[in-house]
Design a protein around this ligand. Structure first.
Ligand SMILES: [Ca+2]
Ligand SMILES: [Ca+2]
Ligand SMILES: [Ca+2]
Length: 513
């Protein structure tokens, strides 16, 4: 009797143990967990009218009034969408007309239209207090036309004026002038020291967390090596994300030891744009790209994934040209971006599906008075990306890809997520086999729309309406709970009957005595 009792006590304990969800540990401060919001300082928000000399918000080639104060005023907008970092277009003093920030006049001053260094520090402080990191674009290849530096230093600090005519020539790419901008001579140790000191100056003064290194392919790898070493010696956890331009694939080898923390991938960007600009497009080419990145022994999560940037037409333009409804297409595109490896970089204006052609049309002043559909969607996706480490750190395996219906698996430690994107015009049914995903006693719980799929002997059946996506997490079948409840009830019945039996027996005994 005693042995039997012990067994009945143990059963519920064992069942509780098996139902506990495994807690996943998450390291702090790792860059692969970041989601970056990239904005053009002049085109985001005008928060200070005192710095508006010659501002004309109606002229796309003029300063439009955006500034540090304006960004500070809108920190909650960025934080509210779940971003963890803000990346700013260059903040350094520009020559006249340099609204975009890429015509640097002096690397040691802030652009007067953007505000003072004090205002910049205030912005970084506020961002940090809100849990946002701050990155700044550091354009080290050239200065603005007739910049202070160019007029003072001339031929010693700059390459001879020759516009790049053959972009396939590495010599021209490195030493030629891009769009008429004086090209800094990185062979000169004084130039190297100047740029590296400037980079360290802003880190020290403002406590920023990283640099975006634009036009990095026009600057020699050995300079970057020196730059990245110096910067990381000053702040170890400093993020350096290089934009090597559209030819980056061929240059990967040349720059592999330059010390960048992450790199833009334009080929991936091209495939992503063609898959998600319209419905019914396969995604196989995207996954083939990931295979390539992996086989080049690159850590996939270090890749900067993006749809938009200062150098290209807005992705919305592609959607409109394909006669699609941008908000629907953006949702699908973002579903992919936020569940794939790599660090998502979202260009300001994405949240309102802003349209635009080539520069400056792709850099319109942000409009905050618009609908919230994509803003809410971004917030939801960010939350999932923060909750599920498999989405940021997991392996990736393509399970299904046909004409716009895509299913892939992300796995990290004990967590498995299944992402299903129906970018087609029809309801889709996908059968996942037990070989693709262990279905025994399991179910897939939808985290985006609340869908559920119960594991059967032959695997899982996923059904998704047109334009619907779901992010599932593999979990033990809820059926186990019924077993648990039945067991608990049975034990209670057993004990109650047992005590009734004892009581009756005692009563009988007392009566007999
Ligand atoms: Ca202003
Ligand atoms: Ca200026
Ligand atoms: Ca150059």
């Amino acid at each position: 009797m005693k042995a039997k009792l012990t067994v009945y006590f143990l059963i519920p304990l064992l069942l509780i143990g098996s139902l506990q969800v495994q807690a996943l540990e998450k390291d702090e401060g790792k860059w692969q967990d970041e989601i970056i919001y990239f904005l053009m300082v002049d085109r985001f928000n005008n928060g200070d009218l005192k710095n508006d000399a010659n501002v004309n918000a109606k002229d796309p080639e003029a300063f439009n009034g955006g500034d540090f104060q304006g960004i500070l005023d809108r920190i909650d907008h960025i934080k509210g969408m779940g971003f963890t970092a803000i990346m700013l277009s260059p903040i350094f003093d520009n020559v006249d007309g340099g609204y975009h920030g890429y015509w640097v006049n002096d690397f040691y001053k802030t652009e007067e239209h953007f505000g003072t260094i004090k205002q910049l520090k205030k912005l970084v402080d506020k961002a940090h207090k809100s849990g946002l990191k701050v990155l700044i674009d550091f354009p080290a290849n050239s200065t603005g036309p007739d910049s202070k530096l160019f007029l003072e230093k001339g031929a010693e600090w700059f390459h001879e004026k020759t516009e790049i005519s053959d972009s396939s020539s590495r010599d021209e790419q490195l030493n030629g002038w891009v769009e008429g901008l004086p090209d800094l001579n990185h062979e000169n140790p004084e130039v190297r020291a100047y740029l590296i000191d400037a980079a360290k100056y802003w880190m020290k003064e403002t406590n920023i967390d990283g640099y975006r290194l634009s036009s990095a392919e026009h600057v020699p790898a050995d300079f970057w090596r020196e730059f990245t070493e110096a910067v990381k010696a000053q702040k170890e956890e400093f993020y350096l994300i290089a934009d090597l331009g559209p030819t980056s694939a061929e240059l990967k080898d040349e720059y592999k030891d330059a010390g960048f923390s992450g790199m833009y991938d334009y080929e991936l960007n091209g495939e992503m744009r063609s898959s998600f600009a319209q419905t019914n497009q396969g995604t196989g080419a995207i996954f083939a790209k990931w295979k390539e990145i992996e086989s080049a022994a690159k850590k996939t999560y270090e890749t900067a994934s993006f749809y938009d940037g200062p150098g290209m037409d807005r992705f919305t333009r592609d959607m409109l040209e394909a006669k699609q409804y941008p908000v629907s297409q953006w949702k699908q595109a973002l579903n992919y971006l936020y569940t794939a490896p790599g660090i998502p970089i979202v260009f300001y204006g994405t949240e309102i599906a802003v349209d635009g052609g080539s520069r400056p049309d792709n850099m319109k002043l942000m409009d905050f008075r618009t609908e919230k559909e994509l803003i809410d969607h971004l917030a939801k996706l960010s939350e999932l990306r923060h909750t599920l480490p498999s989405l940021t750190r997991g392996t990736m395996e393509l399970l299904y890809d046909k004409d716009g219906m895509t299913v892939f698996k992300r796995e990290y430690e004990k967590e498995t997520a299944i992402v299903a994107i129906n970018n087609t015009t029809k309801t889709q049914t996908v059968q996942l086999t037990p070989e693709q995903l262990d279905s025994e006693g399991k179910e897939l719980r939808g985290m985006l729309g609340g869908d559920k799929s119960i594991g059967e002997k032959e695997g899982f059946t996923l059904v998704l309406d047109r334009d619907e996506s779901e992010i599932y997490v593999l979990a033990p079948k809820l059926g186990l709970n019924y077993l648990f409840i039945v067991t608990v009830v049975a034990i209670w019945i057993f004990f109650i009957s047992f005590f009734i039996f004892l009581a009756r027996r005692g009563k009988k005994r007392r009566m007999a005595e």
